[in-house]
Design a binder for this molecule. Structure first.
Ligand SMILES: *Cc1c(COP(=O)(O)O)cnc(C)c1O
Length: 384
């Protein structure tokens, strides 16, 4: 069986976790502090705050900005549902706009059209690890005095050409960037997330709100020779990462550059194997973007039955996934007519499939995937 994804975890991660289990401090503590420091340094962010997932990171981002009922947040429907859900958590209104079909990322022109006096923020997704057009989106956000939040769940290790250099996603360009360390992403802590920002006040709020609004973290009380009474300053959450996860995350961070480089090689090889197939559209990077290829999404020729192709590949031991979902088609959102046209988002969901990609994937397995897919498509074209 060729899986859709496979995390690269080894003895090093197991050893790091073991050491923390035996250390006597397993909840948020010194390993989380070190992981935050390592992550901030790696992406070039002044502040990084670790949390339990990217979903909780996105919720904290909006909560710290005090976004709530009556506020609108513009985002892509064509994303994992957590992107939209975090807006609802705050009682705000998600306003979905369409994507650019070439990159599957939010279209800055559509964002511009969707801005109203109620718009407080834009959540721009770096979908499948492909950087979205941050230069255009940041300029737009500045011009309209709205906040740009990056859903960088998939984008650890992705790069963008900015200020005359390749820079990692997470270096603040928007106000806040949120990352995921779920096993489907490029590096993992089992579950986990991170917020980066250049704003010290926001970072302070994230830290307060991830830990019940507690004025003095338990690590400080634990280490103090004085008795300290804590206060609870706001209604916070328990969105903490554990030290076990953070220790694993630090090992994963050491691998990040290597993992991304391997994935880029695999993506290039898919390009060679599939590039000549008539009607199949492969993902392409804009000149200013270097994807970490968290997912490799191909667009099927028009008449091909997506489900049938996926089933046939599965029967041959190859796992695929359909194109990224559209939140506006799911029950929590489906009873509201979308304000804006989402045609490209729906086409992308219905006509694309994600192929297996992971750093350890062998050339033979890639050839198996490419052979099976092209054989299937040839059959579809012949019989349709
Ligand atoms: C995976 C993902 C999330 C959610 O991340 P979790 O860490 O699982 O909460 C949010 N947004 C996007 C775009 C994702 O791909």
């Amino acid at each position: 069986m060729i899986p859709i994804a496979l995390p690269l975890l080894s003895e090093e991660e197991a050893e790091a976790a073991r050491a923390i289990v035996l250390s006597g401090w397993v909840s948020q503590g010194p390993q989380v502090v070190a992981f935050e420091r390592d992550f901030a340094a790696l992406v070039g962010a002044p502040y990084a705050c670790a949390v339990s997932s990217c979903t909780t990171a996105l919720h904290l981002a909006l909560a710290a900005l005090e976004i709530g009922p009556g506020d609108e947040v513009i985002t892509a429907s064509h994303s994992f549902i957590a992107t939209a859900n975090c807006i609802r958590y705050c009682g705000a209104t998600p306003v979905f706009v369409d994507i650019d079909p070439a990159t599957y990322n939010i279209d800055p022109n559509r964002v511009a059209e969707a801005i109203t006096p109620r718009t407080r923020a834009v959540i721009a997704v770096h979908q499948m690890g492909m950087p979205c057009d941050l230069a255009a989106l940041a300029a737009l956000a500045d011009r309209h005095n709205i906040v740009l939040i990056e859903d960088a769940a998939c984008a650890a290790g992705s790069q963008i050409w900015m200020n005359g250099d390749w820079e990692r996603i997470g270096k603040p360009r928007g106000k806040i960037a949120c990352f995921s360390f779920h096993p489907r992403k490029v590096i993992t802590t089992g579950e986990g997330g991170m917020l980066t920002t250049a704003d010290p006040e926001l970072d302070r709020k994230f830290r307060l709100m991830r830990q019940h609004g507690m004025s003095v973290p338990d690590t400080v009380r634990h280490g103090s020779s004085q008795v300290i009474f804590e206060d609870y300053l706001v209604v916070g959450f328990n969105y903490r990462m554990t030290d076990i996860q953070a220790a694993v995350g630090r090992k994963q961070l050491e691998r990040l550059a290597q993992l991304v480089s391997q994935r880029r090689t695999i993506a290039a090889r898919y390009g060679e194997l599939l590039g000549n197939f008539e009607g199949l559209r492969l993902p392409a990077e804009p000149g200013w973007a270097k994807s970490n290829w968290q997912s490799y999404c191909v667009r099927l020729p028009g008449r091909v039955d997506q489900r049938a192709v996926m089933q046939s590949l599965l029967d041959q031991g190859i796992a695929t996934r359909r194109g990224i979902m559209c939140a506006h088609r799911e029950a929590p959102y489906a009873n509201e007519k979308p304000r804006h046209d989402l045609h490209q988002s729906e086409l992308a969901q219905d006509n694309s499939i994600l192929l297996p990609i992971y750093a350890q994937m062998s050339e033979q397995d890639q050839e198996r995937v490419a052979d099976a897919l092209t054989r299937e498509l040839q059959a579809c074209v012949v019989y349709s």
